[in-house]
Design a protein around this ligand. Structure first.
Ligand SMILES: Cc1ncc(COP(=O)(O)O)c(C=O)c1O
Length: 374
């Protein structure tokens, strides 16, 4: 009998043991409800109550800003993590001979936008992992006066390593570079404060730890740097008063919302609004505390069962992701067995990846460990 009041928000718990939030999350009840409610509003009334729809979009932006300790105008809605990173990559005022530093093990969403800059004469410097992990010193060694950006995931998708963003921000400041953060594997799981992180730009699609849908992502662009960025694209919504339809001489907005080029994904924003509301209600500190406690259980049980934990174990490098190797079975085989038992997990880069969220419980963790090691 469950006493956790939040668990009823997750009907998935009736069906599955869901430990795959690093892939695509199940939706909370209220989020699915918000999506259906907005779809029904469009079905029954079209845009009759459009101010109400825009209110939801605005509230979602405020909640997301609250979640990362930013100001609402520093948050734009974009299509996904990739598009946020591409917008950053293309807006930086590059000069020939500039460089960007990025790790070779990054998820490709945070690689291609940078490789694509080679056409503009930008050098892409790759930091290599050592035994799958990244080291701040290697970033330092890769940076020099030519470096205009360090691009990094807050949490690495293939190991769960939480990166030391303040240290990377320090290096970026020293050489005059921006810190561009792919936050999709951290945001919603770990407490976030963009000021403390030192992030200049940060983006995360909704469909993992934020407990929302695919295709609608908050993009944070710090006020500190907005004036430096080139408005390389401009649409009808990028300007201060979009509804002044005849005024084509408007400059781009002087905040993150210049990157909202046209009509918003209002249904996606409604989902983000509901999920961010839930995360704020539980409290980001409590969400993180629960997730780390659940991953403690996974790490302990898997090690006792003879598995090798590849995710780093230092507290400051922990996240919601636990990656491991089984002593005798390959990752695909372990995940296949888990799937057979109704346990959602993933196989990534030869490792089994488990990623519980705050509503999972110890019983589920025990069952998952048993299924992994038996
Ligand atoms: C680190 C990281 N970045 C980005 C993505 C996905 O990017 P997008 O939101 O553009 O689909 C993933 C998805 O697995 C990821 O793990």
């Amino acid at each position: 009998m469950h006493t956790d009041p939040w668990r009823k928000e997750f009907p998935v718990t009736d069906e599955l043991i869901y430990l795959n939030h690093a892939a695509v999350c199940p939706l909370p009840r209220r989020t699915a409800g918000a999506v259906c409610a907005m779809a029904n509003e469009y079905r029954d009334r079209g845009s009759w109550d459009y101010p109400h729809i825009l209110d939801t979009v605005r509230r979602g932006r405020e909640r997301l800003a609250n979640l990362i300790d930013a100001r609402p105008h520093e948050v734009a809605y974009v299509k996904n993590t990739t598009s946020g990173l591409m917008l950053a990559a293309e807006s930086i005022p590059w000069r020939a001979g500039d460089s960007v530093v990025v790790a070779g093990i990054e998820f490709p969403a945070n690689v291609y936008p940078w490789l694509n800059l080679r056409r503009r004469g930008v050098e892409v410097r790759i930091v290599e992992a050592r035994e799958r992990l990244l080291h701040v010193d290697d970033y330092r060694a890769a940076c020099d006066a030519s470096t205009r950006a360090i691009a990094v995931s807050w949490v690495q998708y293939s190991t769960g390593q939480r990166m030391d963003l303040p240290a990377l921000a320090g290096i970026a400041r020293e050489v005059g570079a921006y810190l561009i953060v792919d936050a999709i594997q951290g945001l919603g799981a770990l407490q976030a404060d963009v000021g403390e992180m030192g992030a200049d730009v940060l983006c995360a699609d909704g469909h993992k730890w934020l407990l929302s849908v695919e295709g609608c992502a908050p993009l944070f662009v710090s006020d500190r740097i907005i004036g430096d960025l080139e408005p390389f694209w401009r649409g009808w919504c990028s300007v201060p008063t979009p509804m002044d339809l005849g005024a084509h001489d408007q400059p781009p907005r002087n905040d993150a919302r210049r990157f909202e080029e046209g009509s918003a994904n209002t249904i996606g924003a409604a989902a983000l609004d509901a999920s961010a509301g839930l995360l704020l209600e539980v409290g980001p500190a409590e969400v993180e505390r629960r997730i780390i406690a659940l991953t403690d259980g996974l790490i302990e049980g898997l090690r006792a069962g003879g598995c090798t934990i590849v995710s780093p174990l230092a507290p400051e490098e922990r996240s919601g992701i636990v990656c491991f190797e089984h002593p005798t079975r390959d990752a695909d085989e372990v995940v296949e067995r888990l799937t057979h038992e109704g346990i959602a997990a993933a196989s990534r880069m030869g490792l089994v990846r488990l990623s519980p969220h705050f509503y999972n419980d110890e019983g589920e963790i025990e069952r998952a460990v048993q299924a992994c090691v038996s």
